[in-house]
Design a protein around this ligand. Structure first.
Ligand code: SF4
Length: 87
């Protein structure tokens, strides 16, 4: 997974640093930057949460492990009504 902080969007709230200080830090200017472009696997979850939590949408991630859409269909939990059964 790769991560970037968009310097034009970042407003220095520090939410990302609070959620994942191993990957994000605030510079002397008060804005965030990623300590590394490649996120260690153990921090991918925290970085994903930080990206979602950033109020400025300033964090971009790519190559995130995404769960495959479920192919499991919802099962009917009740018997069909008489009108449904006829159709
Ligand atoms: S949460 Fe977003 S706006 Fe705040 S410091 Fe981090 S990247 Fe910047």
């Amino acid at each position: 997974m790769k991560v970037w902080v968009d310097a034009d969007r970042c407003r220095g709230h520090g939410v990302c640093v609070g959620l994942c200080p191993e990957v994000f830090e605030l510079t002397d200017d008060g804005y965030a930057e990623a300590r590394t472009a490649t996120v260690p696997a153990e921090f991918e979850s925290s970085v994903t949460v930080a990206a979602s939590a950033c109020p400025e949408h300033a964090i971009d991630v790519s190559g995130a492990q995404r769960s495959e859409p479920s192919t499991q269909r919802l099962r009917r939990t009740t018997e069909p009504s008489a009108s449904e059964a006829e159709s």
